[in-house]
Design a protein around this ligand. Sequence first.
Ligand code: 3AM
Length: 184
Amino acid sequence: MIMRAFFCIELPDEVRSSLAEQSGRLQRTLGSAKWVAPENLHITLRFLGEVDGVTVSEIQQEAQKVAAGCAPFQLQLETLGAFPRPERARVLWAGPAAENEEFSKLARRLEEAAQTVGLPPERRKPSAHVTLARFRNPRDVSTEIAPLAGAPLELLVNQMVLMSSSLGPQGPTYSPYARFPLAG
Ligand code: 3AM
């Protein structure tokens, strides 16, 4: 068994629909891009890539320990932002205005877990964000970067999800594979 997978935080319906609405509005001004479908909006914790059955079972054991050691926390999505920077954006996202320590801790522990089971290190620093769009060619979105309408969108992060992803011509389809309640 080989599965493309990642750990993420799911969004509650009201956060998802607010982001989908704002994404729809941005779509009308920004136009051509790969816009993330509303049902696919999420906050990535750790991308794993293609993993085999043994790795999936090992990472689940490690994730269990990580979740047992982290307490539920609040996350506020307050602003639009862009990677690597608004003037040359490849990714347009919604997220917190500043680093969230609890998110960082959870992501750091998952990074350690991934390395424990033999996965290569992720070099990019984890940052809490919901990707709304990806641009094939970098573009200037600086005039769009603003606080989210109706901000802050608040969510209680009380579990993380191991998500499987299958890539198709219409884009990826995500299915929750396992859930890990934060119990620290
Ligand atoms: O949450 P975002 O959109 O930032 O870009 C992919 C998405 O992140 C990322 O994993 C998340 C779920 O698909 N991703 C895809 N391929 C990746 C790779 N090779 C990757 N992250 C790191 N390395």
